[in-house]
Write a protein that binds this ligand. Sequence first.
Ligand code: HEC
Length: 155
Amino acid sequence: MSAKRLAVLSLLLWCVSVAGLAVLFVRGRTLPVAADGRTAIQLTVGERDFVLGEMRGLLAAEQGVAQALADGDRAALIQAARGAGMAGVGAVPAALMLKLPLDFKRAGMAMHAGFDDLASAAATGDGWADLRGRFAAHLGHCVACHQAWRLQATP
Ligand code: HEC
């Protein structure tokens, strides 16, 4: 094969793999909608454990926010919300990122950004009633995603 042909062939192969990765990035690795109405994302046991560990951290963050609201402690509220904001994202392994569908990733980003919005609102002096409302609305991110997706571990 001539060098030119080889170059064209490798370019084609490169395009196919980039396109494949792009499709995976958007679709993720999912099964058809399950009987409970949710879409299952297929992960390894380790990846599932990783996501669930993150989730337990999120629950702790929401509890921290709720406690701060109950105590009227603005600094604690900012700290709890900021800790679960966008700054903490990025440590997700690439292989896992590819298996998560785009809609799931978007929902996750919106939820993290919502924590930052809550922290900023508290930092710029929003009233307690408004902050309670923001907290209640923020929980809607958790609820909506849990209604749509589940995780299925594959060996
Ligand atoms: C982008 C989607 C998404 C968002 C947003 C989300 N979760 Fe989850 N969460 C999931 C999925 C999927 C599971 C696994 C459910 C299953 O497999 O049945 C899960 C599981 C959990 C679990 C169980 C952990 C365990 O150890 O079993 C907790 C707790 C949790 N989430 C808390 C939260 C809280 C609190 C929020 C909001 C701050 C939140 N999640 C936001 C998708 C999400």
